[in-house]
Design a protein around this ligand. Structure first.
Ligand code: NDP
Length: 326
């Protein structure tokens, strides 16, 4: 098996020297075990902050993959079946089945299984639960989402449109803005070239925002929160603008706005709704089949390019879900 190991914890933005490609000889799968071959691997923002709290130096990088069972001593996962597994950055894995889930049984033949790592996987569910469980988004409301052209953001905006809302998105390039318009976003702007973020948010929705799906944090939040309507709701999904900070950011926190406008802000992790996963995935795949959900991917070829794909995603190189095809 080829694996990517974290040599040293990240300090600031990740570097090539944080990763080392290592070969590992795997044991024969024992009774109850399977041998997996990775087809697609996911690179996600959480890997940057989680590696610090969930990993030791010298361990294989954490991560999820779509894999094929190429040897099986476990009847639950027979030879040839496809699974989603938290196997880390590795081409082959011997697994006892823990943490493996089957791909939906009726996965359409003409749909890439890589979507199980994106729109019909963890990022899609994050979008769905953030909107339904945390924000309680209602038809007719105006929603703001940032990192809007990414894996989560692009699904957030499309589900909000399905629900009959007005959607404003911000993203980091003109190509991304054009993509958001294609997806049906009512307003979209490039936060890097817009000049005044405050003016951009005001002109996109002069009456303010009922809901804010927050992926970015940092200065964006400080400017966006004062644009909320009274009793507005904020779902704190991510804070990607701060993940590479060497020292934690402090304020300014718009507490007075929160008080005067009586806003509600809630952080969440998609794992809270693990028990609802099959139902959520089924709805996402149905919307996709009905053509209501466009699922764009940014595919990097080659397992050896995992670190480059990861760092590229953190820098905004991806439109849609960042995926590595082995
Ligand atoms: P994306 O596909 O959106 O990729 C990351 C994007 O973040 C980049 O493309 C880039 O887009 C944007 N970005 C990077 N740096 C900055 C910055 N300094 N300021 C603004 N934008 C930046 O990733 P995901 O969709 O997978 O994740 C989006 C967010 O959701 C992340 O914060 C992630 O941690 C969070 N998340 C949370 C989950 C939860 O359970 N709470 C689960 C999954 C994701 P651009 O060009 O627009 O800058």
């Amino acid at each position: 098996a080829k694996t990517w190991v974290l040599t040293h914890h990240f300090e600031g933005f990740p570097k090539d020297s944080n990763f080392e490609l290592k070969l590992e000889t795997l044991p024969e799968p024992k009774d109850g075990e399977v041998l997996l071959e990775a087809l697609f691997l996911s690179v996600d923002p959480y890997m940057r902050p989680f590696s610090r709290v969930r990993m030791n130096e010298g361990e294989v990088m954490i991560g999820t993959q779509v894999a094929k069972v190429i040897r099986s001593n476990n009847p639950v996962f027979p030879l040839g079946c496809h699974v989603v597994g938290r196997c880390g950055w590795r081409t082959h894995t011997v697994s006892d089945g823990a943490g493996l889930t089957h791909l939906l049984s009726d996965w359409p033949q003409d749909v890439s299984m890589s979507l199980a790592l994106g729109a019909v996987g963890m990022p899609g569910l994050t979008a769905l639960y953030g909107l339904e469980e945390v924000l309680g988004l209602k038809a007719g409301e105006t929603l703001l989402v940032n990192a809007a052209a990414g894996a989560v953001g692009s699904i957030v905006g499309q589900i909000a449109k399905i629900k009959g809302c007005r959607v404003v998105g911000s993203a980091g390039s003109d190509a991304k803005v054009a993509f958001l318009k294609e997806l049906g976003f009512d307003e979209a702007f490039n936060y890097k070239t817009v000049g005044s973020l405050e003016e951009a948010l005001k002109s996109a929705s002069p009456s303010g925002y009922d809901c804010f799906f927050e992926n970015v944090g940092g200065p964006f939040s400080s400017v966006a929160i004062p644009q909320m309507k009274e009793y507005g709701r904020i779902a704190v999904c991510g804070s990607i603008s701060t993940y590479n900070d060497a020292t934690p950011q402090t304020g300014p926190y718009p507490h007075l706005t929160m008080i005067f406008k009586q806003l509600k802000m809630e952080g969440f992790m998609v794992s809270r709704w693990e028990h609802k996963k099959p139902e959520g995935l089924r709805r996402l795949i149905t919307w996709m089949r009905e053509g209501k959900l466009q699922c764009r991917e940014h595919v990097t070829e080659g397992f050896e390019n995992m670190p480059a794909a990861f760092m590229g995603m953190l820098q905004g190189g991806n439109i849609g879900k960042a995926i590595v095809k082995v």
